[in-house]
Design a protein around this ligand. Structure first.
Ligand SMILES: C[S@@+](CC[C@H](N)C(=O)[O-])C[C@H]1O[C@@H](n2cnc3c(N)ncnc32)[C@H](O)[C@@H]1O
Length: 246
């Protein structure tokens, strides 16, 4: 008999299986996110995650179709084995094996998604790439989860989305930022000057903080005026100027 969601979550968190690093390591999401997924993924929903692990099991307790994108298919083999041993149905699981940077662009027309978890490659700009190639697929009311916001590449994406129209930032779940899509308008097509994070941030001009640049321009202007006046005074006091005045 297939286990209930609560049973699966209890077993997963109690056993804390190691799906990563050849089965020796676990880089699993926070237990709070496991609970969040088990509660908020719509039953029978369409979902996708970059990376795999405990989150995959949590998705499988609810999803009707769950795509996992990872270059390490062996992780998914271990997840399948754990699920088989615990009567968790893996019929919804589809492995898209490969780096998300390469896989996701070819999935852009694969239909709407209810929840996307970005937790694959954490090197810059991979989290942003994962968002870019999945964002338009997230249905209005659907969620994007950005894990590991303690890391700068993930935090950068969180900070961008926090200011971006079309998304509502919900309270974080541990180190995972949570966004809900609020608009059917395209979310990846804006010009840079229509993106609040790009246009209004402190690094809006020339790579230097805008306030510092304004300050610098003021100082330069003051110095130029003083120099011009000093040169004029020197010229006025020179013998040639005195001769000109005669
Ligand atoms: C932090 S772990 C994911 C943890 C997982 N969400 C869990 O709850 O156990 C990072 C994952 O990223 C995957 N990964 C590494 N490089 C990747 C890439 N280029 N594209 C997609 N996934 C990648 C690894 O296979 C690993 O599963």
């Amino acid at each position: 008999m297939t286990q209930t969601t609560a049973d699966v979550v209890r077993a997963l968190l109690a056993e804390d299986p190691s799906f990563h690093g050849g089965g020796q390591r676990s880089w699993a999401v926070d237990t709070r996110l496991v609970h969040w997924l088990a509660e908020h993924v719509p039953a029978g929903g369409r979902t996708l995650e970059t990376g795999s692990g405990h989150s995959t099991v949590a998705f499988l307790t609810r999803s009707g179709a769950h795509v996992v994108v990872t270059p390490f298919g062996d992780e998914v083999g271990r997840i399948r084995a754990w699920c088989a041993a615990h009567d968790v149905d893996t019929g919804a699981l589809v492995l898209e094996e490969g780096p998300s940077q390469r896989v996701l662009p070819r999935l852009v027309d694969d239909g709407p998604l209810d929840v996307v978890l970005i937790d694959g490659d954490h090197a810059f700009p991979a989290p942003a790439i994962d968002w870019y190639y999945t964002a338009e697929r997230v249905r209005v009311g659907g969620h994007v989860l950005v894990d590991d916001t303690q890391l700068r590449p993930c935090r950068l994406l969180r900070d961008f989305l926090a200011e971006e129209p079309g998304w509502e930032q919900l309270p974080p779940v541990g180190r995972t930022a949570v966004f809900r899509r609020t608009s059917p308008a395209p979310v990846t097509a804006a010009a840079w000057f229509d993106q609040p994070w790009s246009a209004l941030g402190p690094y809006a001009v020339g790579g230097e903080p805008l306030a510092e640049r304004v300050q610098l321009l003021r100082v330069q202007l003051r110095l130029r005026t003083r120099l011009r006046r000093a040169l004029a005074r020197r010229h006025d006091a020179s013998p040639s100027a005195r001769n000109e005045r005669r």
